[in-house]
Ligand binder design. Structure first.
Ligand code: NI
Length: 139
């Protein structure tokens, strides 16, 4: 570790209380220790998400199938990325709601890009990508 620098953070009282409970559960001795770890973890994850490592990921999407053209747009995007999307599961949850789970395989940054495009499509209510290494090197 290099030289230590102190800096102040402005934070919502309730958020800080929740954070203190969180770090106690995780067994951190001090807030500083917890914050250092979180900063490192976030940056490592970000580097990995933008990296060349081969990975597999699952993307879960929830969307309203009545939203004009949405299902078609999502299908178009999936066809455009067919080399990375190896499987899709579609479940009609109720009259309006569709759940889609995509399995993606390829470079981490490519999977992240495809997932972000799909999640950002207008009408998608919720989306979450979970990536897992394929056993090659990464953090
Ligand atoms: Ni459906």
């Amino acid at each position: 570790m290099g030289e230590l620098t102190r800096f102040g953070i402005s934070i919502d009282e309730e958020l800080l209380q929740a954070f203190d409970r969180f770090i106690e559960q995780k067994g951190y001795g001090t807030r500083s220790e917890a914050i250092r770890d979180l900063i490192r973890a976030t940056m490592v994850e970000d580097t990995w998400e933008r990296g060349d490592d081969e990975t597999v990921g699952t993307l879960t999407l929830i969307y309203d199938h009545h939203q004009h053209d949405l299902a078609e747009k999502l299908t178009d995007q999936q066809h455009a990325n067919h080399e990375s999307i190896i499987s899709t599961l579609h479940v009609h949850m109720d009259h309006h709601t569709c759940l889609e789970v995509l399995i993606l395989k390829g470079k981490a940054r490519e999977i992240t890009r495809i997932a972000n495009d799909l999640i950002a499509t207008k009408g998608v209510k919720h989306g979450r990508l979970v990536m897992t290494g394929t056993g090659h090197h990464h953090h």
